[in-house]
Design a protein around this ligand. Structure first.
Ligand SMILES: [Zn+2]
Ligand SMILES: [Zn+2]
Length: 648
């Protein structure tokens, strides 16, 4: 890659990285999206450049060599070729062979790049006016007063109120409108910023457009997805900086556009109330003023204001491309609904998200006990051991600008005593293992795909009235406190045994989860469509997995480095973050290495799909696949995978 191209990418990355922590850290997801699309376009430019460069370079070099050897005239050259026919023929053959090799390897490089670039440039979910009319009709059937314009106005107002609350660092004014997981997420993100000694300030927040982009209806909830296009100036400043100085600093930062999907949920059949302009901050049930206490209960009528039983509640903020994915058939869901009719994927995903943010918080603050109320005792002690081992080395894990891309229930496993739910969480963070108590410095953005396994005792039923209030005691409904006890302070019930609600039993990268016998069937049944490898972040993640494998056996040699670079170029993903990770504490990779056997096969299958996006596997791709298969002990499986996806 020519220096100029690399410099351009660096600048883009720096610019992208500087765009700090907008609300919900969605910035990170969208930020990495935009920076990767930038860098894909610049890597396109630079790969063309590098070709042009070495191409013309080697030509002029040869030419110079020749002309240096003999200062013959053009006529002299012609005479030379005519009088040496064998040499001329040999030269032509050599040129032809070189050209074929070029077309084979780099022709395919270009065609792979082309397919991926087209995928990146895909217009985001086109929504037709007819779709929107159908969604409005569906909602009006049970709620005749539902009106899309009014709803979008409210969504816009909430968007601006959330931005303001975020900027002020106090979320209570929007507490009643957020699901428990969304509330926890924003709070954890604010706390992590404070932990770094910074505060995020925004200015000139403007909504450029809102549109409904999807409606999902289940017996438990209606979910309406709204795409928000907005822009804002946004900057991280030292926490102690006086507000006036912070405002003047942020006013000099360029306003950046961003797109997010906000997902609102409500119990089916809830009636739209006419809300006056002064009615925000009131109980949606009785209209009494709601003081925004962390409890989320109306002190007047006792209603759980954010359950979704009274009004729309903001359940998720996701990056555009991941929202609205068809839920599909979740194995085990029907069987579980037979004993727990109120079970709702929306609620379970909110609970998983709540657990995820608590997990990030617990590790960042080296307080595994923070999970005591939402994870099993063995899980908490395992995390405790991890934290202690790092502490012994004077280190801890850092998760900066953590953002969640999607949360999806993959499968249920109904055992005689325990029910397990596998929930896939795609997320990313600038993360690593850093010296405790110091500024973490430059950390690579690492895209992650994990499966959180939640468990619950067989026969436990979902309490439909609590809805999206998922940070509550499963026994008495009291809000969970911040204490490190695994019991409810209100009723004394044990909260960490799955006797009342889902608790975290296992958290692991997708490939490691997929290696489990039961998961294999599930993963195969829900094999990632080709779309999965076409996703920019999934490609980035695969590159990190390759780097993790290279790093796992010690030094990364030049050959391995070349292969990683080639994959980065081919897949149109920036290599700098991987280089940064390779220089970092090796612990950053420790949980990413795909295991040998079935888990490794999941990874190898993704690589095969990636190699085949342009319908062919060239020599370099084959070499890369063979090397990876050998590392995973799957050399014999490779031909079958290739033939299954259309090549022998
Ligand atoms: Zn009330
Ligand atoms: Zn309780």
């Amino acid at each position: 890659m020519p220096r100029r191209g690399r410099l351009l990418i660096l600048i883009l990355l720096v610019v992208g990285g500087g765009a700090a922590a907008r609300v919900g850290g969605g910035q990170h997801y969208s930020g990495s999206h935009s920076s990767s699309s930038h860098s894909s376009s610049s890597s396109r430019g630079s790969s063309g450049g590098s070709w042009g460069g070495s191409h013309s370079g080697s030509y002029s070099g040869n030419y110079g060599g020749y002309s240096g050897g003999g200062s013959a005239s053009d006529l002299g050259w012609a005479l030379f070729f005519v009088s040496h026919p064998l040499f001329t023929l040999a030269l032509i053959i050599v040129a032809y062979v070189l050209w074929r090799a070029f077309v084979r390897s780099f022709g395919s490089l270009a065609s792979t790049q082309r397919v991926l670039e087209q995928a990146d440039a895909r217009p985001i979910q086109a929504v037709s006016a007819r779709d929107v009319t159908a969604w409005v009709d569906a909602l009006q059937r049970r709620d005749p007063r539902f009106d899309l314009v009014g709803f979008l106005d409210q969504a816009k107002a909430l968007f601006l109120r959330v931005q303001a609350a975020w900027s002020a660092g106090a979320l209570s004014p929007v507490r009643a409108d957020l699901s428990d997981a969304t509330f926890r997420r924003l709070n954890v993100q604010l706390a992590l910023l404070r932990l770094q000694g910074v505060r995020n300030v925004t200015a000139d927040v403007a909504v450029l457009g809102l549109e409904a982009v999807g409606l999902e209806q289940t017996s438990a909830f209606d979910t309406l997805h709204v795409r928000v296009r907005a822009q804002a100036r946004d900057l991280d400043v030292p926490a102690a900086m006086p507000p006036q100085e912070a405002q003047s600093r942020v006013s000099r930062v360029a306003a950046e556009p961003f797109v997010e999907v906000w997902s609102f949920v409500r119990r089916p059949g809830v009636q739209t109330k006419q809300r006056g302009p002064n009615e925000t901050g009131r109980c949606p049930n009785c209209g009494a003023p709601f003081d925004g206490g962390a409890a989320g209960n109306c002190t007047y009528c006792g209603a759980i204001v954010n359950s979704g039983s009274y009004d729309w509640v903001l359940a998720e903020i996701t990056q555009q491309s991941e929202a609205g994915a068809a839920p599909g058939n979740v194995p085990g869901l029907e069987a579980l609904r037979a004993t727990d009719p109120a079970l709702s994927l929306e609620v379970l995903e909110d609970r998983a998200s709540l657990v995820f943010w608590t997990w990030v918080d617990a590790q960042s603050r080296t307080r595994p006990g923070a999970l005591a109320k939402v994870a099993t005792a063995p899980f908490v002690s395992e995390l405790q051991a991890d934290v202690e081992a790092l502490r012994a080395r004077g280190r801890s894990r850092a998760f900066l600008q953590c953002a969640v891309g999607s949360v999806d229930v993959q499968a249920f496993d109904l055992g005689p005593d325990t029910t397990h739910a596998a929930v896939e969480i795609r997320w990313s963070a600038r993360m690593g293992v850093v010296a405790s108590g110091s500024a973490p410095g430059g950390l690579p953005v690492i895209p992650q795909r994990w499966v959180f396994t939640l468990e619950r005792k067989a026969g436990v039923r979902t309490d439909a009235d609590r809805g999206m209030a998922t940070a509550r005691c499963g026994n008495c409904g009291a809000p969970l406190t911040d204490s490190l006890e695994p019991t409810c302070e209100h009723c004394g019930a044990a909260l960490n045994d799955g006797g009342h609600d889902w608790v975290l039993a296992q958290a692991e990268p997708y490939e490691i989860w997929a290696a489990r016998p039961r998961a294999v069937a599930t993963a195969a049944a829900r094999a990632p469509a080709q779309d999965a490898v076409l996703d920019m972040r999934e490609r980035q993640r695969m590159l990190f997995l390759m780097a993790a494998m290279a790093r796992a056996d010690g030094q990364v040699d030049d050959k391995e480095l070349r292969m990683l670079k080639l994959c980065a170029e081919r897949w149109g993903v920036p290599f700098e973050a991987v280089e940064q990770a390779l220089r970092a504490d090796p612990a950053v990779f420790e949980r990413m290495v795909p295991p040998p056997g079935p888990g490794g096969e999941t990874f190898l299958r993704s690589l095969v799909q990636m190699a085949l996006v342009d319908g062919k596997v060239d020599r370099q791709e084959r070499r890369m696949l063979e090397a990876t298969a050998a590392r995973l002990g799957l050399t014999e499986r490779l031909p079958e995978l290739l033939s299954r996806f259309g090549l022998g």
